[in-house]
Design a binder for this molecule. Structure first.
Ligand code: CUA
Length: 337
């Protein structure tokens, strides 16, 4: 017969396991930011190393816990009558406490060094320059001759070289599905690479505390089939088209009269500000504010009205536009895809 205490403990365990299973089921849909769901060779190597470490160190944890429970359950008096452990008491401590951990740690060190060596930057055809800024990413495609921000495009199945640096403090770029982390250090260009074998959208995140909006410094990595990638590059290299109707013309004019052009560039217009993100293809971005909010009409209107309410501390001031001006400006910016 089970005791009531045991019965309650069993139910608590069942509830905990049920909750964990539900949580796991809930996050099974997509994994846009998970190093345990690699979609490229570099992330695959890192993930494999992680699983080996998890298994080995998990095994060590279980053995240590079993020994601790055995030790706690022994009565002090029984110790004298017990036979000595294999290797004798001192030998057991030296073998289990010194030799075994050393062997395990050296094994893991060798695996780690092998993995690190395999992560060398391969031959690449495409280079992307990424510059961390508080709290967004300036992105340049030198081979295609354009600048953009907060969203990068790469072709599926091909390694891409990244050259990263920072314009202010130390940031760190981490796209967990594609590779590990790389520091972005002012005054220094760090080479890196990523590869995704499957089209999709993955999320990058700043992984080095860089100020109050560190957590809201994310980027979208859009992986396209090679032909779609080439088409996208050709489109991105194009300047913004002139506004085609009355509302877009008003929005275009508001962009200049309200002072937006002092900080932002739109290629094909007189706007060449480079304090904030380049807006030439803003309409094609999935998010605004470096992954902070979705890129929709309402969110963009809210952002332009008062960006400090959405991402306090960023450099953009609020604007004071009439509703007509605001909606025209939003329509114009969203037409830039
Ligand atoms: Cu940039 Cu944290």
């Amino acid at each position: 017969m089970t005791s009531p205490r045991r019965h309650i403990a069993c139910r608590a365990w069942a509830a905990a396991i049920g909750a964990a299973a539900l949580a796991l089921a809930g996050c099974q849909e997509t994994h846009p930011q998970s190093m345990l769901h690699p979609v490229g060779p570099a992330a695959e190597l890192i993930s494999r190393l992680w699983w080996v470490m998890c298994a080995v160190l998990g095994g060590v944890f279980v053995v240590v816990m079993v020994l601790a429970v055995v030790a706690l359950r022994r009565s002090p008096r029984s110790v004298e009558h017990e036979p000595a452990p294999p290797l004798g008491r001192t030998g057991f401590i030296v073998a289990g406490g010194l030799v075994l951990p050393t062997v395990i740690l050296i094994g893991l060190l060798i695996l780690t060094l092998q993995t690190t060596a395999s992560l060398r930057i391969p031959e690449t055809k495409i280079t992307i320059e990424i510059i961390g800024q508080q709290w967004w990413w300036r992105v340049r495609y030198p081979g295609h001759g354009f600048e953009t921000a907060n969203q990068i495009y790469i072709p599926a199945g091909e390694p891409v070289r990244l050259e990263v640096t920072s314009a202010d403090v130390i940031h760190s770029l981490w796209i967990p599905n594609l590779n590990g982390k790389i520091d972005m250090v002012p005054g220094r260009v760090n080479p890196f690479w990523i590869q995704a074998d499957k089209p999709g959208v993955y999320r990058g995140q700043c992984a080095e505390y860089c100020g109050i909006q560190h957590a809201l410094m994310a980027m979208a990595v859009v992986v396209l089939e090679p032909e779609a990638f080439e088409a996208r590059m050709a489109a991105m290299a194009q300047p913004a088209p002139p506004p085609i109707d009355e509302q877009l013309r008003l929005g275009h004019d508001v962009f200049f009269t309200a002072g937006c052009a002092n900080c932002h560039a739109i290629r094909g217009t007189q706007a060449v500000g480079d304090i904030g993100p380049d807006l030439t293809h803003l309409g094609s971005r999935l998010t605004l504010g470096a992954g902070t909010i979705p890129n929709s009409h309402g969110h963009l209107a809210g952002w332009i009205s008062n960006p400090q309410a959405i991402k306090p501390g960023n450099l953009m001031p609020p604007s004071y536009l009439t509703p007509q001006q605001l909606h025209a400006l939003v329509a114009y910016l969203r037409s830039l895809d």
